[in-house]
Design a protein around this ligand. Structure first.
Ligand SMILES: *[C@@H]1O[C@H](CO)[C@@H](O)[C@H](O)[C@H]1NC(C)=O
Length: 468
């Protein structure tokens, strides 16, 4: 990987210089003290520490990523560090991950309500808005937003983590996990790969494992699972299923669409599919009633609509958007709006290189497993956008390619007295699991089951096999 070698050394130098400069200004020795959140508006009393603010990721101080960090509820020193990333590309880990899925609070009107199943019960969690242009993260030079790609994102994310650890030195050497969903199926393996490469010169990332939820890992397998999912869940007819798997399949449609040359044939097939599936069904959870605009708009990019402007949003209010656009909230978070008028769930300024969707990351996952990093691929089983069937096949094939034998044959796992989903484990490093009844944003719709899965993953333990 010549490009990595090319990048990592100059970056290390630049970061050392930058850190030295920051320390000189007195902002580096407090373990992130300047970023400490006193209290978020409307927040219930909590005992854990919260921090948020910016980490510059270029040498010039013009590009900075915004993070929100919550320490573990109990005994943060003994708990691992987790970086959570949402997808899009271009959607916010703060708005979706922290405030709709697995963070400690969910906005409700003027206040924040405690989430009983917050992932900071098990770990210290960083929510990162990435790349620049997402949420409060920014590039002062707007030219940066044109054609941001996976490589640029991975490099910024790596520099972020490196500098974040300088700011919070008590977390240096801590066991690190990266978790996320959707397009983070690109972000996470690509970031991990850059970290592993960086570690060869200087081991600063104690990377232990990755959890990938409904991830994009291989474009054609993932996207073409949609047809069968729609058909088997009654969203399209037999005849539409036939043309959606012969005349024009979904990967072809998306390639044409993002390639700027949509053929009349594919347009016709997709019109038929769209008419039958109806826009009143949430493709991110085919059983859930529609609403929850912030959740719906996550990874909107994964489902290109030809008439985005006409998309009916049945939610009049979006709690998170309202909350994060409050001046008092932005002040409490140490957040600024630079180059945008509002905080948005998914970026309106970022021009992401969308054909990067087609870059496979499943092979990167394979090499990470080989290098000793534990990987869990999990699927909310009600998601038709990145259906469980594609992910299951990809993991199964990867295990085969790596020569990993099944160590736990496909079986159910329990949350309490009910089935939480199914799982299969390959060797001791690679596993697949479904979360029963969960959406694309699994911790949003099945918070309790998601927490059970996450806990088992972090502890490196099998998912509960029996009633409890
Ligand atoms: C999807 O369509 C493309 C282009 O026609 C084709 O090469 C590919 O094999 C198809 N994939 C599936 C799973 O149908």
């Amino acid at each position: 990987m010549p490009s990595l070698l090319y990048c990592s050394k100059p970056l290390a130098m630049v970061s050392l210089l930058l850190i030295a400069a920051l320390c000189h200004l007195g902002s580096c020795n407090g373990g992130g003290r300047g970023d400490r959140i006193t209290k978020l508006p409307g927040q219930p009393e909590v005992s854990f520490g919260q921090y948020s603010g910016y980490i510059g990721v270029d040498g010039k101080g013009s590009r900075a990523l915004f993070y929100y960090f919550v320490e573990a509820e109990l005994d943060p020193i003994s708990k691992p560090l987790v970086l959570w990333l949402n997808g899009g590309p271009g959607c916010s880990s703060l708005g979706v991950g922290a405030f709709s899925e697995n963070g400690p609070f969910r906005p409700s009107g003027q206040v924040l309500v405690k989430n009983e199943y917050s992932w900071n019960k098990e770990a210290n969690v960083i929510y990162l808005e990435t790349p620049a242009g997402v949420g409060y993260s920014y590039s002062a030079d707007a030219a940066y937003y044109q054609g941001v790609n996976d490589k640029m994102t991975a490099m910024d994310n790596m520099v972020f983590m490196q500098r974040w650890l300088e700011k919070f030195p008590q977390y240096k050497g801590r066991e690190l996990y990266i978790a996320g969903e959707s397009y983070a199926g690109h972000y996470i393996p690509q970031l991990a790969e850059v970290m592993v490469e960086f570690n060869k010169n200087e081991k600063i990332f104690n990377l232990k494992g990755l959890a990938l939820g409904n991830p994009v890992l291989e474009f054609t397998t993932d996207f073409n699972s949609r047809a069968e999912y729609f058909w088997s869940h009654g969203l399209i007819s037999d005849s539409t299923y036939r043309i959606f798997t012969s005349v024009c399949n979904y990967s072809q449609y998306v390639s044409e669409y993002y390639g700027g040359s949509l053929s009349p044939l594919c347009a016709r097939v997709m019109n038929q599919v769209t008419r039958e599936t109806s826009r009143f069904v949430d493709k991110y959870d085919v059983t859930l009633d529609v609403c929850l605009a912030s959740v719906l708009s996550q990874s909107m990019i994964l489902s290109p609509h030809r008439h985005v402007g006409q998309r009916i949003d049945v939610c009049i209010e979006d709690e998170t958007v309202n909350y994060l656009n409050r001046k008092d909230v932005q002040e409490a978070l140490h957040a600024k709006l630079i180059g945008v008028k509002n905080w948005a769930v998914c970026s309106s300024v970022l021009q992401y290189e969308l054909l990067n969707l087609q870059i496979p990351t499943i092979n990167i996952v394979g090499s990470l497993v080989k290098s000793g990093i534990r990987v869990l691929v999990y699927s909310g089983d009600q998601d038709s956008v990145i259906p469980l069937t594609g992910s299951r096949t990809l993991v199964q094939n990867l295990a085969h390619d790596l020569g990993l034998k099944t160590s736990t044959p496909y079986r159910v796992w329990f949350e309490g007295k009910q089935v939480g989903g199914w799982t299969q484990v390959y060797g001791d490093m690679l596993s697949f699991a479904t979360i029963r009844g969960a959406s694309h944003e699994a911790p949003f719709s099945q918070p309790k089951r998601s927490l059970v899965l996450y806990r088992a993953f972090l502890q490196g333990r099998p998912l509960p096999e029996n009633f409890s």
